[in-house]
Design a protein around this ligand. Structure first.
Ligand code: VGL
Ligand code: ZN
Length: 209
């Protein structure tokens, strides 16, 4: 059965030293590389997402006077977290983290490129108005099952996994290949529970590799 490994937002701005650093985010690179090797050896494909914002993106604190990172704004009826400016298109912060085996990546899907919409999921923007090309790439390649890892567990990983379930894919989360932002200390645990309730299976490298 053709499988895809989805690498979510393994970008410089999401690792220590980056603009929206996820605690211990750099640790997912080594895990990702081991899973990439496994997928390549077994005839699976590797697809990576990149958060890819214009410099005037609606989620940036810089464009929301009086707001600081972590605050909420209303965006067309949805609560939207305001973030430090991050993953600006073409910058070093938006590039893949050094050491990630990018040679094995079949397709890169960029999201969050519309300044008025945010897109945590690799499939849809947060309002589910527009699709990225991710579902088409997977369909084209005959993919029937997804493994997901990357950054961050409580945002882009979670929303990608939930959308994938809605689209009908069996999904397995590689837990040790993910790290969370934890705006609230229990956000990671809540995200894992929410994914499980949606039918996402959870594994670890120790268990599966
Ligand atoms: C992400 C917050 C803002 C993520 C992206 O990749 O999880 N989080 N933009
Ligand atoms: Zn973003």
């Amino acid at each position: 059965m053709p499988k895809a490994l989805l690498l979510i937002d393994i970008q410089n701005d999401f690792v220590p030293g980056g603009a929206l650093a996820v605690p211990r985010g750099h640790e997912v690179v080594a895990v990702a590389n081991r899973w990439i090797e496994r997928f390549v050896n077994e005839g699976g494909i590797v697809v990576a997402t990149q958060d890819w914002h214009p410099s005037d993106h609606v989620s940036f604190a810089s464009g929301n006077p009086g707001k600081t990172p972590g605050d909420l704004i209303d965006l067309d009826g949805l609560p939207q977290v305001v973030w430090p400016d991050h993953c600006v298109q073409g910058t070093k912060g938006a590039a893949f983290v050094d050491g990630l085996n990018v040679d094995a990546i079949h397709s890169v899907v960029r999201k969050g490129s519309d300044s008025r919409l945010d897109s945590y999921s690799g499939f849809f923007d947060n309002h589910h108005r527009k699709q990225t090309e991710l579902a088409g790439v997977l369909r084209q390649a005959g993919v029937e099952e997804l493994y997901i890892l990357g950054l961050a567990t409580d945002y882009c990983v979670k929303f990608t996994a939930l959308d994938a379930r809605e689209l009908g894919f069996p999904v397995t989360l590689v837990l040790d290949g993910c790290r969370a932002i934890n705006v609230q200390p229990d956000d990671e645990q809540k995200a894992i529970e929410e994914m499980k309730r949606a039918g996402v299976k959870v594994t670890t490298s120790a268990e599966a590799l």
